[in-house]
Design a protein around this ligand. Structure first.
Ligand code: UN1
Length: 493
């Protein structure tokens, strides 16, 4: 069945009948997806106003009760996992197992957030003053703007929304222009949970469909104290500076350009599988995708040979077919970007293997052997291109790994304890994520997710990432009858 028709059927099955409007071409077969109307400036302003109005009531709802809404969202997602996962596949072109995995990631973060709703812990602090105590309390922050990317069209929203909601914050979501339908379906599932829950204020959550102007409205508006944005470094720079100019907070998850070091002691069977999934999985369109492989000279030739064989065996085609490991690129722009990068790599001394277009937006992942970490290698191209570099000393490998502007994810394949620990030490990887004996992509939700340098410094998802969605208050309480001043200061009237 044409992808566009199948998408409409799924939306119907979710009771989301759309009016006849032609949307984007599905990356799977070019058929027209159902279209959604853009939110105009007035609608965006009204949604922000409604979310600001919803805030006091949600703030005053006890956190474990807020958790109950997120628990219901998790249940609605469980019940609709197949439909939403399929829609993600139809719209983004990722294989169905990954579309379903993405919804699982949403369910997982809901579970995490429900537990968190009873654990928004602050500290108690010993006071230097007699008859005093001190503590830190975390308060809700206000409406959170979420700007998400096409490659994880719903999971990254869920990371943000599930945490923001238990933290007492309304959410305003601008999804990627490339994947509005998955967002529309996910938002409607949240609305269903809101209806079942019955105690949420009007305006608690909104979906804003449209392009850069919608994102700009969120970044400029002082009623939105936090903007969490996932996407390109260029977009993040614009968001970060605009939000900073009004002293708002931003949480940025931008370019990746991940690297993996393959040491002489690496288990090569495991390495081939980890590298193939890391570099070619999701057609190279994760921000954690492995793009730079740094291989010890002693294993370089056999590994590259095995990687070429493995990449040749990757089945490429309709992502709805269970046998296909990778689907298409998202659009012609992504394909042009890949072609441009391969040309540039050739011009910078690289030897290109693979990378051919099979048909439409389906491409064979490329392996490019590079003489050094040239300009094109230091840039992130959102496509399945694996640059391979050679090293002789482990310190040199780490230096190569670090010598790029981005700092999201990294890994080392080694069974040498000293190398592994060095890689994980302050002298090792400079990324937000560092793995041993696995690839750099496919993180679980329990850890904090994000990276350093041009990746933007934000942390989402697990661990204590929730703190970004709240404001911290330091409280001092005097339960005595004297008024001692800190630092022994005297001010006796
Ligand atoms: C992204 O590409 O923006 O770690 C998120 C991973 C996924 C999330 C990627 N869990 O690859």
């Amino acid at each position: 069945m044409q992808a566009g028709l199948e998408a409409r059927k799924i939306l119907d099955s979710l009771d989301l009948s759309l009016e006849e409007r032609k949307g984007l071409a599905s990356p799977i077969d070019g058929s027209a997806m159902p279209g959604l109307a853009d939110s105009d400036a007035k609608a965006v302003d009204a949604a922000i106003a409604a979310s600001a109005r919803a805030f006091p009531a949600w703030r005053d709802t006890p956190a474990p009760v807020r958790g109950e809404l997120v628990r219901r969202l998790g249940e609605v997602l469980r019940a609709n996992k197949d439909a939403l996962g399929k829609l993600v596949t139809l719209e983004s072109g990722k294989p169905l197992s990954e579309g379903l995995g993405e919804v699982q990631e949403m369910i997982d973060i809901c579970d995490f957030a429900v537990g968190l709703s009873r654990q928004l812990y602050g500290l108690t602090i010993a006071s230097e003053r007699p008859g005093h105590h001190m503590r830190e309390l975390w308060h809700p922050l206000g409406p959170v703007g979420i700007i998400s990317a096409f490659n994880f069209p719903v999971a990254v929203w869920a990371w943000n929304a599930a945490l923001a909601l238990v933290c007492g914050d309304p959410v305003l979501w601008k999804p990627s222009e490339k994947t509005p339908l998955s967002a529309f379906a996910a938002e409607s599932l949240l609305q269903k949970a809101v209806t079942d829950f019955g105690r949420a204020p009007v305006g608690l959550s909104a979906l804003l469909i449209g392009g850069a102007s919608v994102g700009e409205a969120l970044t400029r508006d002082a009623r939105v104290p936090l903007v969490s944005a996932t996407g390109s470094t260029r977009m993040g720079r614009a968001v970060g500076t605009a939000v900073a100019a009004r002293f708002g907070r931003s949480l940025l998850e931008l370019g990746g350009n991940a690297a993996t070091i393959v040491a002489p002691s690496a288990d090569l069977d495991l390495a081939v599988r980890a590298i193939a999934f890391g570099a070619a999985g999701t057609s190279g369109q994760r921000c954690t995708t492995l793009r730079r492989l740094i291989v010890h000279e002693s294993v370089y030739e056999p590994l590259v040979k095995r990687l070429k064989a493995a990449f040749s065996s990757i089945t490429i085609g309709d992502p709805r077919e269970p046998g296909n490991l990778i689907g298409p690129l998202i659009d012609g722009h992504a394909l042009d970007g890949m072609k441009h990068a391969l040309q540039a790599a050739g011009a910078q001394g690289g030897t290109v293997w693979g990378g051919e277009v099979q048909q439409g937006l389906y491409v064979r992942p490329a392996i490019v052997e590079m003489p050094g970490q040239s300009e094109i290698v230091r840039e992130e191209t959102f496509a399945p291109i694996l640059y391979v570099l050679r090293y002789s000393g482990f310190d040199d490998a780490i230096a190569l790994l670090r010598n790029v502007p981005q700092g999201l994810s990294s890994s080392a394949l080694t069974t040498d304890l000293r190398e592994a620990e060095l890689f994980l030490s302050a002298r090792g990887s400079d990324c937000g994520i560092a793995n041993i004996n696995m690839g750099p992509s496919g993180a679980e939700i329990g850890g904090a997710f994000g990276g350093e340098k041009e990746t933007g410094g934000g942390r989402e998802s697990g661990s204590d990432a929730w703190k970004a969605y709240m404001r911290r208050q330091t409280q001092s309480i005097n339960y005595g009858r004297e008024l001692p001043l800190a630092q022994g200061v005297k001010f006796d009237l």
